[in-house]
Design a protein around this ligand. Structure first.
Ligand code: ATP
Ligand code: MG
Length: 158
């Protein structure tokens, strides 16, 4: 159940390779070479691949996407940053709702379920998700996840 989040993210980026548009790059920024986490890897994979596929889909060719991973005292924070079309300010409050699609995204394929599921999964992992978006600069999602299992959960499993 413990695994290295850096290696995990690197292989996920490789898996996303075929989805990228021409010239798009995905880079990982990490200060430490390993970050051991105790999380449900299926849920985490789903979350990160959804956010990365949005970053790809809502960004033009040649855009840069970065994932920054930092370990804090009790949390890991993951930021996924793109240089895409952004989310119109007046619609930002709705983006985690089921079937929501922003008006600047109507010509781009999607069902509006991705972020709804992402949010549910983050909550199942006892984490939080927020974002900052600006139609001129792009979008950054901020995830915080617990570094270690809750004490009671750990006792049950170990
Ligand atoms: P899917 O269910 O296939 O993921 P989707 O991408 O439309 O479809 P969500 O991932 O839930 O659905 O995203 C909801 C809406 O939020 C999108 O339709 C888009 O308008 C906006 N959005 C999400 N991520 C980004 C992003 N990185 N940049 C710009 N807009 C975004
Ligand atoms: Mg999506």
């Amino acid at each position: 159940k413990y695994f290295d989040l850096i290696q995990f993210s690197k292989s996920l980026i490789e898996e996303m390779e075929p989805n990228k548009k021409e010239g798009q790059t995905i880079k990982i920024i990490n200060k430490t070479p390993f970050i051991e986490v105790y999380l449900d890897s299926k849920l985490l994979r789903h979350v990160l691949s959804n956010l990365l596929s949005n970053a790809i889909k809502y960004s033009p060719v040649n855009a840069k996407i970065t994932i920054s991973i930092t370990q804090e005292e009790k949390w890991i924070s993951v930021q996924i940053k793109d240089q895409g079309i952004g989310i119109p300010v007046e619609e930002q409050k709705d983006i985690f709702q089921r079937f929501f699609r922003a008006k600047n995204a109507i010509n781009i394929q999607g069902t509006g379920l991705g972020l709804y599921i992402v949010k549910q999964y983050i909550e199942l992992m006892d984490g939080t998700i927020s974002f900052k978006s600006n139609p001129k600069e792009g979008t950054t999602f901020f995830i915080k996840l617990p570094l270690k299992p809750k004490q009671n959960e750990k006792n049950l499993i170990d």
